[in-house]
Design a protein around this ligand. Structure first.
Ligand code: G6P
Length: 362
């Protein structure tokens, strides 16, 4: 059938979409850059980002996790305060809003009902909305004032991969543009750094055999797994855990490295897999301490670090990228590990039980 043709030589859409990430990254670099190497962002979006006093990011699932990274990028580069909310919570328990809010809806499909409920409410209140989506012309795109396109191509696997990295890249571009519009100098060349990310993605997607072996070594028979990281790595831990649980059905949870000891460490037993991320220089020392705490209680720690921060025991080292953009690369080994964990358990990788690609009911 048609889906076999689209999959080409791949056994699953998820693996194909994981592999497309460097291509999508280069496509985004091209689409958001003019012939002088300058950023292209629609003038009215630029104006909305300039005049707002606070941004409210609204999203669900993986898109929510991309939003957490986006908050950091916007706050660090453009110095605009940002809140990130799960859409189904925001709609019935709205926080106190600032005077001039701008709403950013992040949605791969542009059809998520929980997010649309919020969009309808905030439009009734008269507030501006920007939708970042893979489907221009989708409901959330049509009903918002502005749209930014992910250019990721159709994502078929229920577990989102290339849309997540595309969302973060577009948020980075938006953050950098708003920084310039607000008079802050960028201390790096954005498109050059995203190009380095794309190259690192090429390296990582070519390391599937190594990652499949790590999956065998750490996750083959386990019932549960923990992901820990601090700062940017915390957000990637949440996404890594979501990927693993949604397709392999291994109970997986992501935690801030320093928070595990405040309760969850009670669950660590001999052999419990803990995947620790170490891509951030300023917390490298402290996350290593958190990993030692779980190892001392018997955990089987799989440490994924970044070149330059690596230590002897690390199982996997990611090529170095700018510290603001590590989530774009750190997530890839986690996606690949989740894929193999699901595959080895005989789970339906592209269509996990109980899940839908786009949830159009509240
Ligand atoms: C569903 C999908 C998730 C996705 C979420 C949000 O639950 O299974 O993979 O992250 O919806 O979807 P959206 O299209 O709004 O990004």
């Amino acid at each position: 059938d048609a889906s076999d043709i689209e999959k080409g030589t791949y056994a699953h859409f998820m693996l194909k979409e994981i592999d497309e990430q460097p291509i999508v990254m280069r496509k985004i670099i091209k689409e958001y850059q003019d012939e002088h190497g300058d950023l292209i962002i629609n003038e009215s979006i630029r104006a909305a980002m300039k005049s707002c006093d606070r941004i409210y990011i609204i999203a669900a699932g993986t898109s929510y996790h991309a939003g957490l990274v986006g908050k950091n990028l916007i706050e660090k580069l453009a110095h605009i305060p940002v809140e990130v909310h799960v859409s189904s919570e925001f709609s019935y328990n709205m926080p106190l809003l600032s005077e001039n809010p701008l709403f950013i809806f992040i949605s791969q499909s542009g059809e998520t009902a929980d997010s649309r409920t919020v969009l309808v409410k905030i439009k009734e209140m008269g507030y501006p909305a920007l939708t970042i989506t893979n489907v221009p012309g989708s409901t959330l795109s049509r009903e918002a004032d502005y749209t930014l396109h992910l250019h990721a191509g159709p994502e078929i696997a229920v577990a989102s991969t290339k849309a997540y990295t595309a969302q973060i890249a577009v948020l980075a571009i938006l953050a950098a543009d708003s920084a310039q519009a607000r008079g802050y100098d960028l201390e790096f060349d954005l498109f050059q750094e995203l190009g380095i990310v794309a190259n690192a993605m090429d390296v990582l997607t070519a390391q599937k055999e190594e990652l499949e072996q790590l999956t065998r070594d750490y996750l083959e028979t386990t019932r549960n797994a923990f992901f820990i990281g601090r700062s940017m790595d915390y957000y990637v831990s949440l996404e890594g855990a979501l990927k693993l649980k949604e397709i392999s059905y291994i109970q997986a949870e992501g935690f801030a490295g320093g928070e595990l000891k405040h309760g969850t460490i009670a669950l660590i037993e001999k052999g419990t897999p803990v995947i620790g991320l170490a891509t951030q220089a300023n917390v490298n020392y402290s996350i290593r301490g958190n990993i030692q705490e779980v190892v001392a209680r018997g955990a089987n720690a799989l440490i994924i670090s970044m070149k330059g921060l690596e230590q002897d025991d690390d199982a996997f080292v990611i090529p170095a990228v700018h510290e603001l953009f590590t989530s774009l690369v750190a997530v890839i080994p986690l996606q690949i590990i989740a894929y193999y964990a699901a595959l080895h358990r005989g789970a339906d990788v592209d269509k996990p039980r109980n899940l839908a690609k786009s949830v159009t009911v509240e």
